[in-house]
Write a protein that binds this ligand. Structure first.
Ligand SMILES: Cc1cc2nc3c(=O)[nH]c(=O)nc-3n(C[C@H](O)[C@H](O)[C@H](O)COP(=O)(O)OP(=O)(O)OC[C@H]3O[C@@H](n4cnc5c(N)ncnc54)[C@H](O)[C@@H]3O)c2cc1C
Length: 359
């Protein structure tokens, strides 16, 4: 990173100029480190994600280097990104990243409570942000009746509710940011996994007058989800052999089990140990449990049943959490010390696992 130069407040990364898609393919895809976040395809219209990996749609490579630069699995200029978005840099053992406040929270809206994964907080904060025109849409990962994920550009309360709930399936959701812009949105919220937040933050940080088709400045709010790991679509085929997916109401991971709730109120559980073969290849090198670069991070670990853990990181994120609370969208209370310790333990575990796998 010694060659980096500052330009108009942004960090210009040397790799941008030197590496192309063939390098990305060799260093990330071939080494099974791709997380399927979708950032490369969101920024470059010559890349498509097919059969679980990114590919160039034209038979040439360029030296543009955009895909290599925004990929969260190539290099991570963490300190530069933190400095830009938080105005400070975390220290090595600061395993939760930089934050202003950490709460337990849950929705106060009955209809969101029914659809939400945990406390329905993500959906409620987005509803507040839409109502106050802080955003004009939210890019969500939703699922149709058979649980195959897709992106949805949600512009109203009903569409936000449709997107609620966790889909434990890899999907290149960042491409939804491009879709939102194509639909004319310019104040976009994005909800996604730590790798997806990292990709978007890399783009934001490296935004030195480059000819992006995707206007990163239109992304106004990043809500990151806690994530231990994610699963490929074959998990859905496996579950379907035990319970038809159209009968599944909800998936959840509790402790060491995947729980599948069906429409009769039955719960079928699978040991996570038996599902290891379905874990995404690129998850093994990830070191980020709590989406440390998001404006707001949300997860279930650390909070009581029916509540979510909410980490407000940036000024904007903090404003949104407080605003949603003051306007009656969510209720918040201080997280207890035990909950916080548990999150730190899991974050440390993931960091170590990722660092070892990345060597
Ligand atoms: C793959 C995955 C793994 C997770 N692992 C953990 C974990 O180990 N520990 C933990 O505490 N929490 C984990 N979470 C987060 C947790 O499941 C809830 O998403 C979180 O607590 C928010 O709950 P909520 O009720 O506030 O969200 P809701 O109001 O229900 O909203 C959920 C939001 O998540 C988005 N979303 C759902 N699936 C995906 C997806 N595949 N990719 C991108 N966005 C998606 C939806 O668009 C929606 O906006 C994980 C989430 C995912 C998607």
């Amino acid at each position: 990173m010694a060659m980096e130069t500052k330009e108009r407040g942004y960090v210009r990364l040397p790799a941008f100029l030197e590496r192309g898609f063939s390098d990305l393919r060799r260093e990330v895809v071939a080494r099974r480190r791709c997380s399927m976040c979708g950032t490369c395809a969101a920024f470059c219209d010559k890349i498509r994600i097919e059969d679980g990996e990114p590919g160039f749609i034209e038979d040439y490579d360029t030296v543009c280097g955009l895909c290599y630069t925004v990929c969260p699995r190539t290099f991570m200029p963490r300190a530069e990104i933190e400095q830009k978005i938080f105005g400070e840099v975390s220290i090595g053992n600061d395993v939760l990243g930089i934050y202003r406040a950490c709460y337990e929270a849950r929705t106060k809206k009955g209809d969101i409570r029914e659809k939400g994964q945990d406390g329905g907080v993500v959906t409620s904060i987005l509803a507040y942000a839409l109502e106050t025109h802080a955003i004009d849409c939210a890019v969500l990962t939703t699922a149709n009746g058979d649980w195959r994920p897709r992106t949805e550009v949600a512009r109203d309360y009903e569409a936000l509710k449709e997107g609620a709930g966790t889909k434990y399936t890899l999907y290149p959701s960042v491409i939804g940011v491009r879709e939102a812009q194509e639909e004319g949105c310019n104040a976009i919220a994005f909800v996604g996994l730590p790798c997806q937040i990292q990709g978007l933050r890399k783009a934001e940080t490296a935004n030195a007058n480059q000819p992006y088709e995707l206007r990163i400045d239109d992304v106004k709010l990043l809500i990151g989800l806690f994530c231990t790991e994610n699963y490929n679509e074959e998990l859905l085929d496996f579950v379907n052999e035990h319970v038809p997916l159209e009968r599944v109401k909800k998936f959840d991971i509790k402790g060491k089990e995947l729980l599948v709730y069906d429409d009769d109120g039955e719960v079928i559980s699978f040991s996570l140990a038996d599902l290891e073969g379905f874990v995404g290849d690129g998850c093994s090198v990830c070191t980020d449990f709590t989406a440390e670069l998001a404006d707001i991070s949300v997860g279930s670990v650390g909070s009581a049943e029916g509540w979510s853990t909410v980490i407000a990181r940036t000024e904007r994120g903090d404003e949104m959490v407080r605003g949603a609370s003051e306007s009656g969208y969510i209720e918040v209370r201080a997280i207890n010390a035990e909950g916080l310790e548990l999150i730190k333990r899991l974050a440390m575990k993931k960091r170590k696992r990722g660092e070892e796998a990345g060597l």
